[in-house]
Design a protein around this ligand. Structure first.
Ligand code: AVI
Length: 333
């Protein structure tokens, strides 16, 4: 007999277009622009999510290990901030939630009174996650939501009046540019109640050599992850990209403080995309921008909290001080 999965699929009334239609629209807009670009959110189809998982295990990609270390060393303090509360532990874009398990296990051991509410736009990814969590932690109360983040948070606000501790982990905020990160965090603030909390991960500015290695790993997994965007266009939109005629390139921009990733055309070529009904031409060495991964100073983080309505409560670092998770509280008059 099939077990019931604690999953709620919320429909966003404003956006009725399918993921494939949005992908085709964004590829058309991006490849028609100068310089060419494709939004990084399209990395994460099934293949891309597996490749990202492999990246997190690479020796050069320190970010995930640092955040694991932070949770292992500071789970007591994180739990202490929610003791005597009934709360939702809401996770935005949990992926396989490997790091979150450290917190879940500890919160359960400490008998904290909480529900785990992962929110993701992919139905299949959420189904797998909720199923795994239910079988690995039989005592855990899980309610997976399939929706855009803000839509889900607003739904949650009307459903119950438990306090929320929102997790936005793994430097996901780094994939927004400086302006969009402010807009995103202020929208998050708007969807939360006074005194709700946010635990958010930031990758800190550090020796440039370490950054370059993290995004140009020796096994070429990051290159595969980036090139998968072209495979995805071929698979889903009927493109005829010859992926071997492009290369991965990642560099650090010291002025903006971002690792920037590109796919560069190695020669002059035309690529047809059936679903768009158009072909796109590439000059030799013409780039497609695919991702920003912004790195932060401690002072940038403090300013970001101040500008978006949050009060810093506590801050945690790994021992190398490469990464930080900060606990912020929503301030509303
Ligand atoms: C998901 N995100 C935080 C990763 C990052 O570091 O920007 C994605 C990634 N791109 C290349 N390697 C990892």
């Amino acid at each position: 007999m099939k077990k019931t999965i604690a999953l709620e699929v919320l429909t966003d009334l404003e956006s009725k277009i399918s993921i494939k239609e949005a992908f085709a629209r964004d590829v058309l807009i991006g490849l028609s622009a100068t310089p060419k670009k494709i939004p990084s959110r399209y990395f994460y189809d099934a293949e891309g999510s597996l490749l990202f998982q492999k990246i997190t295990e690479l020796p050069e990609y320190y970010l995930t290990r640092c955040e694991f270390e932070i949770f292992e060393n500071h789970k007591q303090s994180i739990a202490a901030s929610m003791r005597n509360e009934t709360f939702n532990l809401v996770e935005l874009g949990p992926g396989d939630a490997r790091k979150t398990r450290v917190l879940l296990e500890h919160f359960l051991q400490q008998n904290l009174d909480f529900h785990y509410v992962p929110i993701d736009i992919s139905n299949s990814a959420q189904e797998g996650l909720v199923e795994n969590m239910q079988s690995d932690f039989p005592k855990l109360r899980v309610k997976g939501l399939v929706s855009e983040y803000f839509n889900a948070l607003n739904w949650l606000k009307n459903l119950n009046h438990r306090k929320n501790l929102v997790l936005f982990l793994g430097s996901s905020i780094g994939n927004f540019n400086r302006e969009s990160s402010r807009v995103f965090l202020h929208s998050l603030w708007n969807s939360l109640n006074a005194d709700d909390c946010l635990l958010i991960g930031f990758d800190l500015k550090k020796d440039i050599e370490l950054l370059l290695k993290a995004y140009n790993d020796s096994r070429g997994v990051t290159s595969e992850f980036n090139l998968n965007l072209l495979h995805r266009i071929n698979r889903e939109l009927g493109g005829n990209f010859d992926v071997n005629r492009f290369r991965h390139y990642a560099s650090y921009n010291v002025f903006s403080g971002a690792m920037e990733s590109y796919l560069v055309s190695k020669e002059s070529q035309n690529v047809m995309i059936q679903e768009i009904g158009q072909s796109f031409s590439f000059d030799p060495w013409e780039p497609i921008h695919t991702e920003y991964s912004y790195k932060y100073l401690e002072s940038d983080i403090a300013k970001l909290a101040e500008d978006t309505g949050f009060i810093p409560v506590e801050q945690f670092h790994d021992t190398a001080r490469y990464f930080t998770d900060v606990l912020w509280r929503v301030q509303k008059q």
